[in-house]
Design a binder for this molecule. Structure first.
Ligand code: ASP
Ligand code: MG
Length: 409
């Protein structure tokens, strides 16, 4: 007997036919005594469609964060009920639970909630009764019972955290790709599927834009020691396992992958006085509004005027709110102006192999330079290097960098 959490993303449950096929596959594959928890996303582009509806009421609906959560949680509720009915037509006992009913408790930060605790008693009771339990991903509730969503892609985190709370034997993330690749296979033809990847590398790749897993889910997996098996909904290929360490076979690549992200924007606060506390006033104001900042560059001080420019990138989703915050701080600081660029993208390389390997950055910059692609901002972490470039050249950049490190044979 095994307790298995299986998560199916939006494209996997995009149609009722797909939902029925998943129910059939799970029913066929499960052993008699297995306990199965299925976590589902909203069908197809439902979440985007719901957001679009909201923008028809107000062009920036995210200022009504609680109402956005009330709206967005409906998407996953559609999937859990339909999936449950699909199991029942096959003669399986099944029950649907919202995040709240599954005991997923979050903080009160609407649309960007974090799971604080899971009290999965109801899930365990239903499993004991012999039910397959279908849980709505992406959602939980705060202390007062209000619905809270976990950020885009949050169903991954629901699944991994539930697997942890249930002490599951396995956590399987089913998706439309058959594992984690060295680059997005839709962009890079000869991208390589990895058998295994470490939490640390996956976290970095996810943070830098590899869309397969929500970064938070990888963090939760690492914290709780849950190996995460990413695999295809539509094939039986072995997929990729995310865990603490990988085996010899997977070693030997200095970098593990090339990530990209064009959902970024750049803000430059120009001509701020070069005094202590300036960075603090800008970034604390953003933090108070729960806006994450990514790359940060402070330019060299202009000696004559004793002013400096503060440049940073952030998620495009946060741009409207950030602009309001930054405009206000900039005028308080008597800055010369605020510049915004949306047509930027970030390409990154990731791998623990680059630790103590100084030639790696040069190879990345060299590949971009050979193609005449200008680098606007550079940032690094221990295991990654990122370059901000024009979004129009992103696909090309990903390919040439991938070729540099994973040459075609
Ligand atoms: N439906 C949500 C989204 O589109 C959550 C998820 O799919 O994981 O972001
Ligand atoms: Mg996803």
């Amino acid at each position: 007997m095994a307790l298995i959490v299986k998560k199916f993303g939006g494209s996997s449950v995009g149609t009722t036919e797909k939902i029925i096929n998943i129910a059939k596959r799970i029913t066929a594959e499960k052993e008699k005594d297995d306990k199965i928890v299925v976590v589902v996303s909203a069908m197809g582009n439902t979440t985007d469609e719901l957001i679009k509806l909201a923008t028809q009421i107000d062009e920036d609906p995210y200022k009504y964060t609680r109402e956005m959560d009330m709206l967005l949680t409906t998407g996953e509720q559609v999937s859990i009920s339909l999936m449950t009915m699909a199991f029942k037509t096959l003669g399986e006992d099944a029950v649907s639970l919202t995040g709240t009913l599954a005991g997923i408790k979050t903080n009160a930060i609407h649309t960007k909630g974090k799971i604080l605790d899971i009290k999965p008693q109801r899930v365990l009771d239903e499993l004991d009764k012999g039910n397959i339990v279908i849980v709505a991903g992406f959602q939980g509730c705060d202390q007062s019972g209000d619905p809270v969503t976990l950020g885009r892609g949050g169903s991954d985190t629901s699944a991994v955290a539930l697997a942890g709370a249930l002490h599951a034997d396995a956590c399987e993330i089913y998706t439309d790709v058959d594992g984690i690749y060295s680059a997005d296979p839709r962009i890079v033809q000869n991208a390589r599927r990895m058998k295994e990847i470490t939490y640390q590398e996956m976290l970095e790749m996810a943070r830098l834009g590899s869309g397969v897993m929500q970064p938070r889910s990888v963090e939760v997996g690492q914290m709780m020691g849950i190996p995460i098996h990413v695999r295809s909904t539509f094939t039986n290929k072995p997929g990729t396992i995310i865990r603490e360490e990988y085996t010899m076979e997977e070693k030997g690549f200095v970098i593990r992958g090339v990530s990209h992200d064009d959902k970024v924007a750049k803000i430059a606060v120009l001509g701020v006085p070069n005094n202590p506390g300036i960075a603090y006033s800008i970034f604390s104001a953003l933090a108070e509004n729960n806006i994450d900042v990514d790359m940060i560059v402070q330019s060299i001080r202009n000696i004559e005027k004793n002013v400096t420019d503060m440049v940073f990138t952030l998620s495009l989703d946060d741009l409207n709110m950030a602009k309001e915050v930054v405009d206000k701080v900039a005028s308080d600081l008597n800055a010369i102006g605020v510049l915004i660029e949306k047509d930027v993208a970030k390409v990154s390389i990731v791998g623990v192999g680059m630790l103590g390997n100084p030639g790696i950055a040069a190879r990345m910059f060299g590949a971009l330079s050979d193609a005449g692609i200008n680098i606007d901002v550079i940032s690094t972490s221990e295991i990654s290097i990122s370059c901000l470039i024009k979004s129009a050249r992103m696909q090309e950049a990903v390919n040439i960098i991938h070729n540099e490190f994973f040459p075609k044979n």
